[in-house]
Design a protein around this ligand. Structure first.
Ligand code: ADP
Length: 583
């Protein structure tokens, strides 16, 4: 008893290995189970350790079952197999071998069926603009093979048929639909028509299959080339030993009454090629890659982007033009400003010249007086010599001394004249390294040369005070300040008329002050001192100090006035930047 019990237990444990075979059955389980019963019975018989269970699936549920690894094997049409192979690594272990066909490689085709009385429909190309029925977009023999053929003839079924309608299973409905004139043509798997005729569901003479080859060895009418029959495939996870056992069993399976058996797996490459042409199945991604389709799909966005680009271009061009116009305006403005500056400089130079002449004019009485001195000395010496000669006192020494004096005085007069001429000459401004001590010396000398009444001038001048300047202009400034100082002391007793010129270094510049002991200046005078045409003198022009200011400022310095150190008189001062020397 125990032994029997143990045997039963072992047997049931062995029988527990369930093997699930997913079968594509879009027409429903009842229609399909008949076809595959012989297969399960055979497998159960030859492989007793396994319990083979068939699971009938639609395209969608089959894909989900494969993705969820709920199956061990799959029997599906060649197109669906290729898709699942590409997506989930299914691999074929056998191919259906139907005794009806010469080779399992050349088993499946589509037939495009029209009514026999439609004389206008003889070729696939005649279908353009016609109403066409098909069973399902994913039916391999029932649609995709015909689609490929239409595509090769330049007909896009979705675009060029009017319209293409998918009716769903069963396939027979398509043939009867065409027979009833509900559509111009119907796409079915080849042999469906012949099977219907055999079952008495249709008459072959009522229908025509478009572009069917003449003298074909294939047993049914067809409109497309032939493709391999259904494969039997294993999933990636199915054990090798199980696959091997099942494959061996399949290959050994004898053909039953339906003429079906299994043979070594055939080549499904033509199916891949077909899908690649149609850009579907594993090649669906190619649809996205087509530039024209991409263009068509995103046409709106392209237009929008193009409009943006155009707007941006227009904006850029306008901005560019504005920049050009502004640049031209700016250039013209700069040119105008340069022209005005040039004219202003010319005017300034003219004014400068006039002012110098003005100073000379004011000083001219002193000039005359000054020239008078050497001239009268010359006259005196000449008359003295005359008297000596008349009285016969011809000793050479005194005569020689007198004529030397004459010559000296004449030289002095010429020097005075030359200096005045040099000062009054019209000239352009010229910068050079200038030692302030020498300019001050020369201005003071000229000032004293010109006026006998000129007061004494004290000098406190730093040595080596180098500036980059126009020597004559600085001389002019100094001369002007000295003359103003002298004028300010006009009413002072001669003993108190004293001027001083002071030059000292002060943080990167030299500060020069001309101080007098004159009348000084009230607050209003100080405020207006450097204004052009401000003068308190009856014969004054009021230009001297304003010119001094512009000359000093043109040299990078500034000018001001302050009360003299003792509180008496006025000090008019200016600065000039010290010249940078490389040391
Ligand atoms: P002008 O000597 O022809 O009047 P300036 O521009 O040289 O022209 O001087 C303007 C005025 O400034 C003078 O009229 C005078 O009133 C005043 N001024 C200039 N220097 C002194 C000074 N050292 N002391 C007092 N007043 C002065």
């Amino acid at each position: 008893m125990l032994l029997v019990f143990a045997l039963v237990l072992t047997a049931s444990a062995q029988a527990a290995e369930i093997v699930r075979i997913g079968i594509l059955a879009p027409e429903g389980e009842s229609a399909a189970s008949m076809n595959w019963r012989a297969l399960t019975e055979y497998l159960d018989r030859v492989l007793p350790g396994h319990d083979f269970r068939l699971e009938f699936q639609t395209l969608d549920s089959l894909r989900q079952a494969v993705a969820g690894r709920r199956l061990d094997f799959v029997i599906t049409n060649s197109g669906n197999y290729v898709e699942l192979e590409a997506a989930y690594g299914l691999h074929r272990i056998a191919t259906l071998d139907n005794a009806r066909f010469a080779s399992p490689d050349l088993a499946i085709a589509s037939a495009v069926v029209v009514r026999a009385d439609r004389n206008d429909l003889r070729h696939l190309a005649d279908l353009r603009g016609k109403r066409v029925l098909a069973v399902d977009e994913h039916a391999f023999g029932g649609y995709q093979l015909a689609w490929h053929e239409l595509d090769r003839q330049g007909i896009d079924p979705h675009r060029d048929l009017a319209p293409l309608t998918f009716t769903g299973f069963p396939l027979q409905g398509i043939v009867s639909g065409v027979g009833l004139g509900r559509a111009d043509a119907g796409i079915v798997r080849a042999c469906v028509l012949e099977d219907m005729a055999r079952r008495g569901e249709a008459r072959l003479t009522d229908f025509r299959v478009l572009d069917a080859p003449v003298g074909d060895s294939y047993p049914c009418l067809r409109s497309t080339p032939l493709y391999p029959d259904w494969p039997f495939s294993a999933l990636r996870d199915t054990s090798r030993s199980l696959s091997k056992e099942v494959a061996a069993a399949l290959l050994a399976m004898p053909a039953g009454g339906d003429g079906l058996s299994w043979t070594v797996p055939t080549d499904y490459q033509p199916v891949y090629m077909l899908f690649r042409d149609l850009r579907t199945g594993p090649y669906a991604y190619l649809q996205k890659g087509s530039f024209s389709e991409f263009l068509a799909r995103y046409k709106g966005w392209f237009l929008f982007a193009a409009a943006l680009l155009a707007g941006w271009l227009v904006h850029t061009i306008r901005v560019e033009q504005r920049v050009l116009v502004r640049t031209r305006d700016l250039r013209l403005a700069l040119e105008a400003s340069a022209r005005m500056e040039h004219e202003a400089r010319i005017q300034q130079e003219k004014l400068d010249h006039l002012a110098r002449l003005g100073i000379l004019g004011e000083l001219s009485s002193m000039v005359a007086h000054e020239l008078n001195q050497p001239l009268s000395a010359i006259g005196n010496f000449a008359r003295g010599m005359e008297r000596r000669i008349e009285s016969g006192r011809l000793e050479p020494e005194p005569l020689l001394d007198a004529s030397r004096e004459v010559a000296e005085q004449a030289d002095r007069a010429r020097e005075i004249m030359q200096r005045i001429r040099a000062f009054a000459r019209k000239r352009e401004s010229r910068r050079e390294p200038v030692e302030l001590g020498t300019v001050i010396d020369s201005a003071v000398r000229m000032f004293q040369d010109i006026g006998e009444r000129a007061p004494s001038v004290e000098r406190h001048v730093a040595t080596g005070a180098l500036v980059l300047a126009d020597r004559l202009q600085i001389e002019q400034v100094l001369l002007n300040l000295l003359k103003n100082g002298m004028d300010a002391m006009r009413d002072s007793p001669p003993s108190e008329r004293r001027l001083s010129v002071d030059c000292r270094s002060e943080s990167g510049a030299y500060r020069v002050c001309v101080t007098d002991r004159g009348s000084g200046l009230g607050a209003e005078g100080q405020a207006r001192l450097f204004e052009p045409f401000f003068t308190t003198k009856p014969d004054g022009m009021g230009l001297g100090l304003s010119l001094c200011k512009s000359i000093v400022e043109a040299h990078g310095g500034h000018v001001w006035a302050e009360p003299g150190e003792t509180g008496q008189g006025l000090a008019v001062c200016f600065t000039l930047p010290a010249m940078k020397t490389e040391s």
